[in-house]
Write a protein that binds this ligand. Structure first.
Ligand SMILES: NC(=O)c1ccc[n+]([C@@H]2O[C@H](COP(=O)([O-])OP(=O)(O)OC[C@H]3O[C@@H](n4cnc5c(N)ncnc54)[C@H](O)[C@@H]3O)[C@@H](O)[C@H]2O)c1
Length: 461
């Protein structure tokens, strides 16, 4: 079949897989290929057991796979064939050398760029889909265009704003699609080609174009602002616990102010996910490298507040449980960093579990989708942790339950039955404020929500 465009995505992860599946489903006239260096990941994309869990993803993949959507490990051949290449490889925080712990590690990106140069025989549009530091496109363009084959590569930035757990809905109906380009004739021509792809299903007024540096920076800033809202309401949750104010009432009230808005004001044990922390630290690093100390300190405090929230969650558990959890069975309900994903990268549950193990608790992890990842995250203390999918089994004989992820299932459990099988006094620490606290208290639980007065039968805690 003759396809109108041949599109390639390098990197078949949480972003590359779903984004390309949606482009292929929406645009049967294009051939969309997704490649990865990890053969197990590609094999999973070609099977019924997809490598990531995302509501609605498997239907979209089934619709297009084999028709105009292909997953492959043949990277060089796919590069050669494609006219437009999205690069969606990982850009973790650098763990070594200059900028360790803050700057973005661009080795995967640079390796990809060098391979594109090596293999290509004709001009191509290269699109940054990964989240990258501002002005990366300049470095990439230098690497790509330092070739002696006379080939021109036009580098664009098209950062991805999908959220895990709602990726397919976000891709089908995005708030906006952002395409940054150089404002040269070649840059604008390339930009129009990418606009044309999204215009197949995204209303034209939601396709925003900008210069390439604004596009790169907008992605970092969007994540920094989202995380800042969570840290802001989490800081207030601690004050609420001291003053008997209720953070859910405070956030409801302030969220009704149309200047503030209601989303991302839910207090929790902390934000997680692969992006917020790494992208803010990246922003902080960039600010410091320009000598903007106050700006860097300001954004760094968003991350520090998140670390504090996780630490104080465990401290509250300890204090409530008579200052020791040694030998006590504690069931963590949820391990994914949020509901509707199996992703556990930077999940607050990791830190909470490790802290509890250090306190010599017997930790039991329960999660409908994330147990395989949890086993990898807790490899360092795996002998002291149990993994039990069924929450009823996990809670059997436990002294306490701590809700780590807002899975819908946890609201509908039979807590009377759970209470009957637990040690006394029984505790619930609701790290997501999703349970019916009053009902639990009436069953006999001592209930510790976040940012709300605890409901206790015990006089001593
Ligand atoms: N996860 C999210 O919700 C999200 C949202 C928006 C943006 N982003 C950004 O998108 C980028 C990718 O994130 P992700 O969560 O999909 O990461 P991921 O780790 O799930 O996927 C990256 C994939 O790239 C592959 N890869 C690495 N080097 C390669 C190479 N040289 N050639 C071919 N494949 C290679 C890896 O094997 C991996 O499968 C990151 O920059 C991230 O910040 C992520």
């Amino acid at each position: 079949m003759n396809f109108a465009k041949k599109i390639l995505c390098i990197g078949a992860g949480y972003v590359g897989g779903p984004t390309m599946a949606v482009i292929a489903a929406k645009c049967p006239q294009y051939k969309v290929t997704v490649v990865d260096v990890n053969p197990a990941r590609i094999a999973a994309w070609n099977s019924d057991a997809l490598p990531i869990y995302e509501p609605g993803l498997s239907d979209v993949v089934k619709q297009a796979r084999g028709r105009n959507l292909f997953f492959s490990t043949e990277i060089d051949a796919a590069i050669d064939e494609a006219e437009i290449i999205f690069v969606s490889v990982n850009t973790p925080t650098k763990s070594f050398g200059e900028g360790a712990g803050k700057a973005a590690d661009l080795q995967y990106w640079e390796r990809t760029a060098r391979n594109i140069v090596k293999v290509s025989k004709g001009d191509k549009i290269i699109i940054e889909k990964s989240t990258l530091p501002v002005r990366t496109a300049e470095a990439m363009s230098s690497i790509l265009n330092a070739n002696e084959k006379g080939i021109h590569f036009e580098v664009l930035s098209n950062p991805e704003f999908l959220a895990e757990g709602t990726a397919i809905a976000d891709l089908n109906n995005p708030d906006r699609v952002l395409i940054g380009s150089q404002l040269t004739p070649e840059g604008l021509k390339a930009r129009d080609q990418v606009v044309e792809i999204y215009a197949n299903w995204v209303p034209r007024e939601r396709i925003v174009t900008s210069n390439v540096w604004s596009a790169e920076l907008s992605k970092l800033v969007a994540n920094a602002f989202l995380a800042q809202r969570i840290s802001s309401i989490n800081s207030i949750s601690e004050l609420c616990e001291k003053t008997e104010a209720d953070v859910t009432e405070v956030s409801r009230t302030i969220g009704m102010d149309s200047r503030i808005g209601s989303r991302f004001l839910v207090s929790s044990v902390g934000f997680g996910g692969s992006c917020f922390k790494k992208d803010i630290l990246n922003l902080v690093y960039i600010c410091r490298s320009y000598g903007l100390t106050e700006v860097a300190d300001y954004w760094e405090s968003v991350v520090e507040m998140n670390e504090h929230q996780k630490r104080r969650f465990v401290k509250n558990m300890l204090r409530a449980m008579f200052n020791t959890v040694a030998g006590k069975r504690i069931a963590l309900f949820g391990f994914a960093f949020k509901a509707d994903t199996g992703d556990t990268r930077e999940s607050p549950a990791i830190d909470v579990a490790i802290q509890l193990v250090k306190e010599q608790a017997k930790v039991v992890i329960s999660d409908p989708k994330a147990l395989d990842n949890a086993k990898i995250d807790l490899a360092s203390c795996i002998d002291n942790v149990e993994f039990v999918k069924d929450p009823y089994e996990a809670a059997k004989g436990a002294h306490a339950i701590a809700v780590m992820t807002e899975w819908k299932d946890y609201k509908g459990l039979d807590y009377g039955k759970i209470y009957a099988g637990m040690e006394r006094p029984a505790f619930i620490f609701d790290g997501r404020n999703v349970l019916d606290h009053k009902a639990l208290f009436e069953m006999g639980f001592n209930v510790f929500p976040l940012g709300q007065p605890a409901l206790k039968h015990l006089k001593t805690v």
